[in-house]
Design a protein around this ligand. Structure first.
Ligand code: F6R
Length: 608
């Protein structure tokens, strides 16, 4: 998730000033690198570097760039660590075409090889750099810039919003989108494109939405929208944006947390886009390890629990999950140069996780990681890492980071299982297919279940405690539901393996005590029904997250949330956690708290 802003201004105006202030408004979308390009007739000026906007500005004076046309970019790294050469804009060989991009181009390696064979020189490790070179290639074949851009974009696979400027057509900006957002602003004879409305709201409230598979041409005559497929013109009426700049950042959602819950269909899709080569590297380290520890804190620890179970069940790998702050007591004595540590962290800066990693490293262990913030300390300490591609997570309570970690861990377990050949390829294939279906299911839950979840939140709002129970791979889902609920609503919450609940917790049950069961129709279904009956017999109010059409559990429950698809058991946490995140969010609102900033918590815990 990066931030993009482009503008075509009146002759004599300076685009750089507007770009700089728009990037300030977009910094929340990414902040590891910044860059701007302006076009002034035959002159293309690029300034860019790794660092936050004010650091890059102090070094390069971003306002000091000539020309009325230009584009800016604030980056959240996916391909290539934050560095000068990986910052956007990227240019072609002759420095005549500049491109910024938000998203992931899945087939960039193939395109890069093709272009290198034709003599194009690449300077970065990004996926984006193929775009200016491919446009350059088509222009050199005699194509006009607009057609070369359209042809290039039609060859890209993955998710993108792309904006191009060039001295070939100095008064023009070309842009296109697929999955990643891009909106257009209509000023008074001046035109803008941006990742979201917040970038241009102080300049205009009149906007056009660019749909999937469309491109737009911005020049002093106005904005034209075309179909990418066949260049057919699209007629679209402008809309007026009523949001204030702050809600525009949240895309109209009341809180970042709610926005991030809604983003999970896309962030899961993006998490699954990483190249197979990273998985192969991680897999080969795990396969040759003497012992494996998964190390993490909080929500990332819960995704580690899902990963450990998936590695055991699918690939026969024993990867013990250790809470990072306990690592030196529990696992350091067992750490040798043959140990592999798989550290999981959204921020990559959690002190407990870093301490465990450093301790293990000092004993010669190999460090693998799953990390969302590229360029973070954890990424730099790692021998191999897989980027989560979830984009910045601003809400303190982690949501989309969890689902993207689980998606990656399941894909990793499937990769290792395939290499080991212990599970049938049919079973692995089914799991991978289900994994790729999860974004649609998550979207469906968000589209259809909010009313029910809000009602359950209201009914639970006076509870003095709430319990979450699950079995197998959904013990971590229950733990994560509990963590979200207690940190946001401040209601003391409990989570247990459902089978363990009768060994103590059941003493708490009295009339109306809410017990939330994570209850997909998997091999544990029958035993879970037994646990539901035990709770029900003692007066508990049963709330169950079930597979649609599960009449048995529905008839035992006071309230249900139904997941509209049958999934392999291992994939269920990725989907069943979403209603639990929403429940915690709504309870926080009902209780009058701010879900984005729960008391006493910090987004990144950099103390021991
Ligand atoms: C809970 C939450 C925390 C983090 C934990 C680890 O909602 O956000 O429990 O999961 O502090 O953070 P990372 O993943 O950044 O290491």
């Amino acid at each position: 998730m990066c931030g993009i802003f482009g503008c075509v201004l009146h002759d004599g105006s300076q685009a750089a000033l507007l770009i700089h202030s728009a990037l300030k408004r977009l910094e929340y979308r990414g902040y590891d690198s910044v860059g701007q390009v302006t076009v002034d007739g035959e002159r293309l000026t690029v300034k860019k570097d790794a660092g936050r906007l004010e650091e890059v500005d102090a070094k390069y004076h971003l306002d000091d760039m000539p020309g009325p046309v230009g584009v800016g970019h604030t980056r959240w790294a996916t391909h290539g660590r934050p560095a000068h050469e990986n910052s956007h804009p990227h240019v072609d060989c002759k420095n005549r075409i500049a491109v910024v991009h938000n998203g992931i181009i899945e087939n960039y390696l193939d395109l890069k090889r093709e272009l290198e064979a034709k003599g194009h020189d690449f300077l970065s490790r990004t996926d984006t750099e193929v775009v200016p070179h491919l446009v350059e290639e088509y222009v050199s074949q005699g194509m006009g810039l607009e057609e070369a851009f359209r042809k290039t974009v039609n060859r890209l696979e993955g998710a993108y919003s792309i904006v191009l400027t060039s001295v070939e057509r100095p008064k023009m900006i070309l842009c296109a989108r697929q999955e990643s957002p891009l909106v257009l602003g209509l000023g008074d004879g001046e035109y803008y494109c941006a990742s979201d409305f917040s970038a241009f709201l102080p300049l205009t409230k009149k906007a056009l939405i660019l749909d999937e598979g469309e491109m737009a041409v911005l020049d002093p005559n106005g904005v034209r929208i075309l179909k990418l497929k066949n260049a057919a013109p699209v007629k679209r009426d402008p809309i007026t944006i009523a949001w204030d700049p702050e809600s525009a950042k949240k895309q109209g959602f009341r809180h970042f947390m709610l926005k991030e819950i809604h983003e999970q269909a896309q962030s899961t899709r993006d998490a699954l886009r990483s190249q197979e080569i990273y998985y192969d590297l991680v897999a080969s380290k795990i396969l040759s390890a003497g012992n494996v520890f998964i190390v993490a804190c909080g929500t990332s620890y819960h995704s580690g629990l899902v990963g450990s179970l998936a590695l055991a069940k699918l690939a026969g790998i024993n990867a013990r999950v250790v809470i990072a702050s306990e690592f030196s007591d529990e696992a350091l004595d067992l750490t040798t140069p043959k140990t592999v540590i798989l550290a999981i962290s959204q921020s990559g800066e959690t002190m407990d996780t870093l301490n465990a990693v450093r301790d293990a490293k000092s004993k010669g262990a190999s460090i693998l990681s799953i990390v969302n913030v590229l360029g973070s300390t954890l990424m730099r300490l790692s021998d191999v890492y897989i980027g989560q591609n979830a984009g910045p997570e601003i809400g303190v309570a982690s949501t989309k980071a969890f689902t993207s970690q689980v998606a990656i861990l399941l894909r990793l377990a499937a990769n290792i299982a395939r290499k080991k050949g212990e599970v049938s390829t049919k079973e692995i294939g089914e799991l991978e297919d289900a994994l790729h279906k999860t974004p649609i299911i998550i979207q469906n839950i968000i589209n259809t279940k909010l009313g029910e979840i809000k009602r359950i939140a209201e009914d639970c709002s006076n509870a003095s405690s709430i319990c979450f129970l699950g079995r197998g791979v959904n013990v971590p889902t229950a733990l994560e539901g509990r963590l979200k609920l207690l940190e946001l609503s401040y209601i003391p919450a409990i989570a247990y393996p459902a089978g363990e609940s009768k060994h103590g917790f059941i003493a708490l049950i009295e009339e109306g005590f809410p017990v939330i069961f994570v209850a997909p129709k998997d091999d544990n279904h029958r035993r879970l029904i037994g646990n539901i009956m035990e709770m029900k017999a003692r007066g508990a109010r049963i709330i169950s997250v079930i597979e649609e059409g599960d009449e048995e559990i529905r008839s035992l429950s006071d309230q249900t949330i139904e997941i509209p698809e049958s999934l392999p058991a291992l994939v269920t946490p990725l989907v069943y956690v979403v209603p639990l995140q929403l429940l915690a969010y709504y309870l926080s609102i009902i209780k009058g708290h701010d879900p984005d900033y729960p008391r006493n918590l910090a987004k990144s815990v950099t103390v021991e």
